[in-house]
Design a protein around this ligand. Structure first.
Ligand SMILES: *Cc1c(COP(=O)(O)O)cnc(C)c1O
Length: 326
């Protein structure tokens, strides 16, 4: 059995969004994975529970990972490192000189060391740069480094969301509900992968609907299929996984990763004022905007029981506050 450490507040609550359900014509529920913690909040912590178990077993003293300047994953990793008494090196993608705010501010508070790269370096050689940082620290400072890929989206990380799907099933049993559709944002694919493999392996027959927030459907189908197959091997699953198991909608990326359109920000205001539910502009705001439009267009049947997974990201909202029009 593959083990993990316990960092997240689990199980996370599921509640019905009553007013939105009435307005949209479906039974809309939300799973509060934004409440897995405060400092370590969001979906990344379920994946890190597996990865950090490996890091601790290997006696590593330094975590290295990467993401955008407002990466929730990097913040969760920096917080986890501080929590476990480890050091943390982040490789952050930047354009201009970044303002110290939101997640990046928290990275600094948690004492992470920051390395920067530009968009080209990030796309082409982030893993190589992380390896070089690790080699340098091992050679010069005698550190033992553990490298976590972007978004903690690998086979071990995926298992965190396999477990989350199990958690959903036990919540269904306890409440007498059945969710026919599970909707989630897709940024690096690990979250979707875990939900998708559990759906098949446990015979749940749910529709797992992923809303891409960065790259297109082809990219994610390929990437997730690869993670699915590696996770299946790691966890010795009996099912076979292929591209057909994966449903990615890439119609709501908008202007691109972490860039907001006015209608997306308006949608975030609408949801907050209706249900006291705060979505983030980079992931959950785009994904739920996508879900709303797909329901309106009849691509999710009326009366369906839909579970939206709130994957977190609230700290990324504050650096965008000036773009909101009230
Ligand atoms: C990273 C992230 C996602 C996407 O999860 P992946 O496993 O990277 O696809 C969704 N929502 C939030 C808030 C995130 O930080």
């Amino acid at each position: 059995m593959i083990e993990k450490i316990s960092l997240a507040n689990l199980p996370t609550k599921i509640s019905k969004l009553e007013r939105l359900s009435k307005e949209w014509g479906v039974n809309l529920f939300i799973k509060r994975d934004d409440q897995t913690g405060s400092e370590i909040s969001g979906n990344k912590i379920r994946k890190l529970e597996y990865l950090l178990k490996i890091a601790l077993d290997e006696n590593c003293d330094t975590l290295i990972t990467t993401g955008g300047i407002q990466s929730n994953h990097c913040r969760a990793t920096a917080a986890s490192a501080a929590l476990l008494g480890l050091k943390c090196e982040l490789l952050l993608r930047v354009g201009d000189v970044p303002k110290i705010e939101g997640n990046y501010f928290l990275d600094k508070l948690f004492g992470a060391s920051i390395n920067f790269c530009n968009a080209d370096e990030y796309r082409e050689s982030r893993d190589k740069i992380m390896s070089e940082i690790g080699e340098r620290l091992e050679k010069d400072a005698g550190r033992r480094c553990f490298i976590i890929p972007e978004g903690a989206s690998n086979a071990a990380g995926s298992l965190g969301y396999f477990d989350a799907m199990r958690e959903i099933v036990s919540q269904e049993r306890a409440s007498g509900l059945y969710f026919d559709t599970v909707a989630v944002a897709v940024g690096s694919g690990g979250t979707y992968s875990g939900l998708c493999t559990a759906n098949k392996e446990l015979g749940l027959k749910k529709r797992v609907l992923g809303f891409a927030v960065a790259s297109d459907r082809e990219y994610f189908t390929e990437k997730i299929n690869k993670i699915n197959n590696e996770a299946a091997k790691l966890a010795r699953l009996i099912s076979q996984f292929s591209r057909e198991d994966i449903e990615i909608n890439d119609k709501y990326i908008g202007e691109g990763y972490a860039i907001s359109r006015p209608e997306e920000l308006e949608f975030i205001s609408y949801i907050a004022s209706k249900e006291a539910l705060v979505l983030d502009p980079v992931y959950t705001g785009k994904a739920m905007f996508g879900l709303y439009n797909e329901i309106k267009e009849g691509n999710v049947p009326l009366g369906a029981n839909v579970l939206f997974i709130h994957t977190g990201g609230i700290f990324g909202l504050f650096p965008k506050q000036e773009q909101f029009r009230f």
